[in-house]
Design a protein around this ligand. Sequence first.
Ligand code: NAD
Length: 298
Amino acid sequence: MTSIAFIGLGNMGLPMCHNLIKSGYSVRGFDVSPKACDQAKAYGARVYDAVSEAVKKADVIISMLPSGAIVKDVYLGDDGVLNHARAGVLCIDSSTIAVADARHVSTKAHDAGFMMIDAPVSGGVPGAEAGTLAFMVGGSEPAFEAAKPVLEPMAANIIHAGGNGSGQAAKLCNNMLLAVSMIGTAEAFNLGQALGLDPQVFFDIASNSTGQCWSLNNYCPVPGPVLSSPANRDYQGGFANALMLKDLKLAKGCAEDNSMHTPLGALAANIYDQAVDAGMGHLDFSSIIRYLQAKHQQ
Ligand code: NAD
């Protein structure tokens, strides 16, 4: 039976690990949080006290961690993956981190004789639970092919974006576009309402006109027109403003590193930063409409 070491058993990692176990993989888990370890144990994972212990007999290693600094420590540290995993195994980092960090870690992994891909995801916790995540993969063709059967129990879509770092690039560019389109959608609803337009009428027009986009048509930020959108449950659940801010800051850092002028991306980061500062970090990112409304009233 293929044995998978899973490092980072949080909101995303835990249900991903559960889906692997349900598909017949044997999972060797590690997390710095004892509570996360207990939950993974309840799903049938074996849990270990250190990264070195979890990875040493694994055939594949998956990580789902909060930041690039932690990913670097988990792979490159003294107790880390590259010092303790079996030679040649496949490493899959599904955390969302900077492109430069992903390329740095994968270069070190290749130099040490490992295969490695970056495979960040979209779909959030519901997608992780349902096994319907979209994986955006950066790495060589052989590494991508080797990873596919392991990713399948967790995925609805697995897309090869290019060489190492390209998965992160696709994820960050997509989310920068998503944030900009959501702010634009929110501004249009707010201005339309101030000009006397009924939100449902504006939705019916714009969603069939040139203003249509995913943020408007599928994830409408005002309650009513799209029943499944978080606006109809007071912006609970969904993709939190704090996570959107994390991705926007990473995109902004990548733009700066590459001397790219991304003024709307930078402005979106600034607006989400203010919303998080205002205590809205836990709400879905479409709640930015509420933040903008509160600013009008000031
Ligand atoms: P989380 O904070 O719930 O989980 C991260 C886990 O990593 C925690 O359990 C934490 O204890 C553990 N951890 C921290 N340092 C560690 C270390 N040194 N060794 C082992 N474990 C360690 O975060 P999450 O929501 O599961 O997100 C994980 C990654 O997925 C992030 O990079 C995030 O940006 C990305 N992501 C999250 C979502 C989402 O909706 N939550 C969606 C897409 C992508």
